[in-house]
Design a binder for this molecule. Sequence first.
Ligand SMILES: [Zn+2]
Length: 371
Amino acid sequence: MHRLLILLAIVLAGLSGTGPASGAQDWVVVKADGRDYLTMDNIAEFYGLSAVKRNDREASATSGVRNIRTTAGSPDFFINNLKFILSYPAIERDGKVCISRLDLVKLVEPVMRPSRIKNAEPIDTVVLDAGHGGHDSGAMSIYGPERAFALDVVMRAKALLQATGLKVVLTRGDDTFISLEDRTRIANQYKRGIFIAVHFNAGGYGTGVESYTLAPRGVPSMMADGPAVSDFNDCRGNARDAENIALATATHAALVVKTRMFDRGLKRARFVVIRDITIPGVLIEGGFQTNPYDAKLIATAGYRQLLAQAILQAVQNYRRAVGNEQQLPTVVHTDESGKREPEKTAKRETPAPVKPSPGVKPAPVAPPSGN
Ligand SMILES: [Zn+2]
């Protein structure tokens, strides 16, 4: 068994109002494929990180527990070792690794500085949405249907959340079919709520966990969303873009840390349940029913309890992220055994071992550039 050490630092809040660190910021805009791109060097400087380190096509920058990393030609972008999927792959121009302006504004900025989210409503309610139900079984494994496992996770999460004093609403509390429209209607009754949908994946031998948040206007969906919704349609949920990414980040981080499953990344989609809600929302895929390793785990109460704990952690992370707390919570998770690592998967990526350095506060960063 190899030793796996994961440090996942979720830097939340507390960065605004501390004044500029490095004075004026000159952004160098690189044009490619009709889009604006910005260099990792610029981005690292803006967020008060170290000078960019290069390793072939990879570019990374660090400051204390904060770090960013991407590779030219890849859509994977890591923030504090958590994987995000860029709308457009990183590129290399004139020897510099760059990401699109859209990804900087809609992804990196709200994740790096969630406390700057304007008008984030304090929340008192969590709407939990167990996918499928009744005649709609969802993905099947030899152990049972997605509809049953999703409901079980939601019931477990409900108990954990209620114990902290939060109000919990279920779109379904038993094995009945609820339309997607009814699910969003229920969610929209709770103005001070957040919405978390629970699903399990299907598709070959794919493995691991992923989270979906609503694609902002102009941002391509990474999934077939049923009836085509143009990237340029304004969906109801887009009023909550910044909160959506903050919630999805908090949720995906908790999911990866708690389950120790392969991190498939945080992705964008326009699924009905996250598209037509007026409160912040996220959809999690807690593993693959079609993968023998994942399916066996999903069928255990212990794993489903971990998913429920991840949901509780997600809610707590989110509340902290959009609040005004000056603390910088760090989630450190050490796995000495690596026993939850799937044995056989086509392609595995494990966060590179890093030394935990809790308590290191990031340098203050310059104020936003107004984009
Ligand atoms: Zn599903």
